[in-house]
Design a protein around this ligand. Structure first.
Ligand SMILES: *[C@@H]1O[C@H](CO)[C@@H](O)[C@H](O)[C@H]1NC(C)=O
Ligand SMILES: *[C@@H]1O[C@H](CO)[C@@H](O)[C@H](O)[C@H]1NC(C)=O
Length: 390
């Protein structure tokens, strides 16, 4: 063997566990491309709603006893996305919060979706929403905010009847540097994921390397709020830690976007987490939610088309930008497709796929009111939200 061959064989030997580990990534690149992705629809009917009123609604949470959904939509994500690394110059529209009354299918759109007014919000227009969580007993809404001024978590007192969210407090902590999803334990205690160690706003290259190498550099942080400040500690390290949900009093699920897997942890009484097991999904899971004992997992089947779709929205969705765009971009805007995937999982039922397709693009979150048989999918860069009925 020549020297070159020896090096090649050695390099392959060193890399092969890694390549084997990352094979799902290559499979997804091929099988999940728009046009090739095999469509799945496991519900009776579904409809995209409010497409002309809201877009880029990554976050939904349900107030099931009232039949209401809180939806956060951030059209500014087209120009400012701290996770994917879009930092376009010029003004960026702030996010808005909405209440969607999903009880009756027939309710007129104008009545079904109402805007929530923010009160006493010191950051003004600098709201860029990621995960939200709601503490019912105190009507407190927690919102991850990737503000231009720095990532933080905002706390609001929510009055759903009056359609107002009054700002209470901003949570800032060095360990909460890239807050994504929040899972509440108590009104003053929660887990929050940080998707990356290096933020795209610090170094695009390093942040992308974390994603592609699936380095275990995302964190789950336990946060306890006291009168005298914020206590935080890292309780788990997960590659691209994204959605987080408590399955029950002892088990916490964390979506690892770059590993195409959901990690399960056992929680001790001091809130620390111990790795238990993980299962794979055929897409890059984004957010998690719990519905009648089942874990709903929404995510991104095909990264290249998501990137292209996401990074062109500031042109495709803006008449002025589109008018000045090259012919090739105009053509892309009129035909662009991106994929979505939603599955559910339980220990006894295993993994079951509910939706895969391009009709509603870029699914990030799925929630379901099992009693009413209504589900909602929110897409990172989609127009409107998708509502399904079972
Ligand atoms: C994830 O889903 C939960 C519902 O379980 C929701 O409260 C939250 O806003 C979502 N987070 C993100 C980052 O989309
Ligand atoms: C919590 O959920 C996990 C995963 O489904 C299960 O293995 C465990 O037995 C559950 N624990 C309790 C206390 O219900």
């Amino acid at each position: 063997m020549g020297v070159k061959t020896v090096f090649f064989v050695l390099a392959l030997a060193v890399l092969s566990p890694f390549l084997y580990e990352r094979r799902h990534f290559a499979t997804q690149l091929y099988a999940n491309a728009p046009g090739r992705l095999v469509e799945i629809q496991a519900f009776r009917s579904h409809r995209v709603k409010f497409a002309d009123r809201v877009r880029s609604c990554e976050d939904v949470l349900l107030l099931e006893e009232r039949g209401l959904a809180i939806v956060a939509c951030d059209p500014g994500r087209e120009r400012w996305n701290t996770v994917m690394g879009f930092f376009l110059p010029g003004p960026v529209t702030s996010a808005g919060l909405y209440v969607y009354d999903y009880r009756e299918d027939g309710l007129a759109d104008a009545k079904a979706l109402k805007s929530i007014e923010l009160a006493d919000f010191p950051a003004g227009q600098d709201l860029h929403t990621l995960g939200m969580a709601y503490h019912q007993a105190t009507s407190t809404l927690f919102v991850s905010n990737h503000a231009k001024a720095g990532s933080r978590i905002e706390m609001f007192k929510l009055d759903v009847g009056a359609l107002t969210a009054t700002h209470v407090r901003t949570i800032l902590h060095p360990l909460v540097h890239a807050p994504n999803a929040i899972a509440l334990i108590e009104g003053d205690e929660f887990y929050v994921t940080n998707d990356h160690y290096v933020l795209a706003r610090q170094s695009m290259i390093l942040a992308q390397m974390e994603t592609f190498l699936a380095a275990p550099t995302g964190t789950v942080v336990h946060v306890k709020l006291g009168a005298d400040g914020v206590q935080a500690k890292v309780v788990a390290r997960v590659p691209f830690a994204n959605g987080i949900e408590m399955l029950n009093s002892t088990t916490v699920a964390v979506a690892s976007t770059s590993k195409s897997a959901v990690y399960l942890y056992t929680r001790s009484s001091d809130a620390t987490l111990k790795y238990q097991s993980r299962f794979s999904v055929p897409f890059m899971p984004d957010n998690l939610s719990l519905s009648a004992g089942k874990l709903l997992i929404a995510g991104h089947p095909h990264l290249p088309s998501l990137r292209r779709f996401a990074s062109s929205r500031h042109i495709c969705n803006d008449a002025v930008e589109l008018g000045g765009a090259a012919a090739e971009m105009k053509e892309y805007c009129s035909t662009a497709e991106a994929t979505s995937w939603v599955s559910e999982w339980s220990e006894t039922g295993g993994l079951r796929h509910l939706y895969a397709g391009t009709e509603y693009p870029t699914s990030a979150t799925a929630v379901r009111d099992a009693k009413r048989g209504v589900g909602i999918v929110a897409g990172l860069y989609a127009k409107g939200i998708m509502v399904w009925r079972e």
